[in-house]
Structures are given as structure tokens and as C-alpha cells.
Design a protein around this ligand. Sequence first.
Ligand code: SER
Length: 583
Amino acid sequence: MKAIDIRNKYLNFFKAHGHAVIPSAPLIPENDPSVLFNTAGMQPLVPYLLGAKHPEGTRLTDAQKCLRTNDIDEVGDNRHLTYFEMLGNWSLGDYFKEESIAMSYEFLTKELGIPNEKLSVTCFAGDEDCPRDELTAECWRKAGIPDDRIYFYGKDDNWWIAGEEGPCGPDTEMFYDTGKEPCSPDCGPSCDCGKYVEIWNNVFMEYLKKDGKYTKLAQKNVDTGLGLERMTMLLEGKQTPFDTEIFSPIMEELQRLAKKDDISSRRIVAEHLRASIMIIQDGGRPSNIDRGYILRRLIRRMTRHLNKLEIDLDKLSNLIQLNIDTLNELYPELQNNKETIKEVIIAEKDKFIKTLVRGEREFDKVIGRIKSQAKQEIDSEEIFKLYETYGFPPEVTKDLAEENGLQVNMDEVDKLFKAHQDKSRLGSEQKFKGGLAGTGEQEVKYHTATHLLNAALKLVIGQDVHQRGSNITPERMRFDFSCDHKLSDDEKQKAEDIVNEWIKQNLAVTVLTMKKDEAIKSGAECMFIEKYPEDVTVYSIGDISKELCGGPHVKNTGELGHFKITKEEACSSGVRRIKAVLE
Ligand code: SER
């Protein structure tokens, strides 16, 4: 079964069971400083899991674009991916364990045709925070899974939380038995020998973890996630996601073009190219911090492996096109942006290639020295020096060193970088561990100020200024927008004055629910059209600003205080960033 058919079956099945089909949120979350990318289907839904009312009701389903980079270094083996799509269904205080498990079982066996004998399931074994989940096991028995295929595990395996804090709970996971021999008498779903492949995770989200303590949420939720690439692999009878129709055209083309045979490099190129395309599609651009740096890393790593495969880099444009064509059924919208996607990737490749060639030359000298001394490890100082002198990124040196059988102490490298105040590059992934975005009083004010600044910049610079991102903390706001030049002092001053004038005018902030098309027709601003459901909320401020937005906002601009721009800088190519405070 093809990926698009699995996705359609999933969404239709849950639609038939009363769920509203909502669009995927963009990969890059808006107004959520806690994560760089959406890493699970539940992430954009956190406010609703915590109790806010969702405009589409209490049963939702979607196919969410996700990116996880904690395992970026593992890509190249037979299973790890950074970008993937998560099919999910949610109950926001609606159904709970019984109905959720009955639907999952029906979907797997009837819709996808997976035989009962292929399925094993796991449940939470219980501890001092939450009792053993007997009800879930009972539901599985009722569905037809015998006791010898129902396993109980502790928090490590059967508890789910995004990051450190937030909504969470025990989960039940479904596994597909590949039919391989058990690796030992203890072999079971928690074993990673490859006999069992996890296919679906249903989280029974009735707890909130805060300050290390668990309390009950006001409502009992269900949050499920099924990995599309993995299911496609199983249903196509393939051993790895790279052998499925999602990757095989590009894998085959890479093999045809390569002068060196290296399957791991081919996988890295195919995987990172797809992830880069998806990030760029959703507005990401390479830069030196946070998500921009993840994109930069992906493109650099891909470039290095293209080089390693001895593939002519002029072929990159065709490879991107082939990738976009391969993804045509799943993401037809990529075709509209193909020129931008190619430009961004190729420009970044061009920037990196000189550094790469020079750095590799220097690295070879270092390797020669190390080998002549019969050492097993590369000195962290050498890695730092390659960066400082030649701009050679530490993660590239690390990859190269490991390919040459040398050990690397990245913790020590990290320390050296920290000592040199260059934390942002290596530290960016720390954010993946973060908790939830706050919506305290101060954040709400900054949120409204963001709309004012967006409108003010249009007056000062031009109507083609558009929001490209934003990030709010209780201390400040950050606003990224399309603009091809550094703002002059005069422009900054004007924008600031206009915002303060609007604050002084005590403009009312009003909200209306409209159909999405109507809202767009009425001239409302919106950053990612596909993110929004059919019925949207539109916030207007006097008659100076109108944006599609989930809120919340202040009632009146007079509440904001004095607005001050503290910084204006480049964010990525064609995108500027303003930081501002309310005093
Ligand atoms: N949030 C859970 C996961 O990511 C289920 O969707 O696995």
C-alpha cells in the first residue's frame, strides 16, 4: 500500500468515526519558543489538551509534518529519519481507552489488513505516580489480542511526555512482529533486535507534569501517533524506509550517479534532502542559530556525502526536482515553491563547498599526524582549530573522524566552544527538551505588539513585508520578516513611533470567526494558510491590522505600555529580525 493510500485511509477512517480532519500545522511552530520544530502531532494541540476549546470539536485527526533531530547522527543506518509524517487522532476529553483501542484495532486489522497474529501490544506496569493499566490490557483482550502478546513495562517504555513538562500519561504501544526469530528467551517488544517494530502509540493523557509533580488534568485526552514512513515500509514488505516508494526513486538515481558505492551516504543524502525541502517549504532558511542552523547542518551534511559519493554537484538541481516529483502525491504544494527550494539549497551548498574542500584538506593533514602517532582519538583542540581557522563545522569534523575510525569527545569540544562564547551553534538542540510555550499576561501583550509591529513595518518599508516567524518570552518579543535590507535608524524610529502612536490611541482589539476563504478575501494577513482549519478566528486592531490568529490578545492597545525596538539584525537571507520590549 502506498503512503498516500495509508494517509487517506487513516483520515477517512477517523472521519467516519466522528473526527474532524484538520490540516497539518507547519513544521515550524509559531509563537512557541520551546521547540524548534514540531516533533509530534500533539505539539500544535497542546493548548487544547490542556483544556482550551478547539473550534473543530473534541475529536480530531490529522497528518502532521514532524522533524526530530536528536538522532541526526544516526541517519544513514536502516531506520533513522529526521523528517517524518505522524498520523494522529485525538480525543479532547471525549472518548478514552475503550473506544481508542477498539478503533486502533479495527483500523490495523480491517483497514490495513494486518493479521491479528502479527500484533503485540504493551501497557503501563504502574508505579507510585500512576497505577498499573489493567483496563488497557482488558481492552486489548476484548479486541482479540491474547495474554501472551500483551506486555507490561514501566515509565521508560510506556509513559509519554513531550520534553520535561506538560500533559502526559501512560501509553499503549502496538508492535508489528516481523517474523524474525526471537534474539533470546527474553525477547519482546521492548527489545531492539528488530523482531518487533513499533507502529502506533496511544497516549492516555490525563496527567500534567509540572515542577516534577504529577496532577490530574481537568479532562482525559487521547493522543495517538502512527509513523507514516514506517507503516509504508511494513505494508510494502520492505526492510527499510529507504526501499519504499517514498525514497526509492532518489536512492536509485543516487546509485546511478555515484562513482563510489556507499549505501549509508546515499541514505544521508536522500533523507537530508527531503528534510531540507520540507523545512524550506515551511519558511525555514539557513542561518547560524536555532532552526536555521539545523537546516544549514542538513544541507552541509548532504553536500559532503554527495561529494563523498563523487556525484557531480551540478546534478543537485535535478535531484531536488526528482525528490519534489517523488513527493508529489503527499505534498503537491512543493511544486509551487520548487524554484525557491532549489535556490536556497544550491546557494547554501555553494557557500559551503569552498569551506568543505579546504577543511577536508586540512583534516587530512591532521589525520596523517594522528595516524603516525598511532592515536585512537582526535584532540578536541584540533576540532576547534579547524573551526576557528577554516570555518570547518565541528559536526563535520566529527563525522569525518568517525569515518576514519577515530573517537571524538564532543562534550569536550562543546566545552571549548562554550569557553569561546560560541554556544549558539552547538546549543541549539538543547531546545528540543523544552516545555510548553507560556501564555501569561506579559506574553499576551507581546503577542498584540507583534501584530502592531507587523502592520507598522508595512507602512514604513512596504506592503510586501511579511511575517516569517516570531518568538515571545515574558521578557521580550522577536519578530522575523521578509525584507531585503538592513533597516536604517530612521526606519526603526518610524516603526517604533507608529506602534507607540497606536498604543496611545487605545485601539480596540476585536475577534471574529469566519470561513478561511472569506477571511483571506477580506485582506486578513496570515503566515501559513494551510495551517488553519476552515473556520478561523481573525483578530483586528482598530482598522490598522487584521490577521488570522489563534490569540489570545489584550482587549485594548492602551494596555501595552511603551514599545521599544532593542535590536535589528539579519536572520537569514532576505529575512530581518527585530527584538523589542514593552516598558
Ligand atoms: N505523542 C505521542 C508520540 O509522539 C503519540 O502521538 O508518540
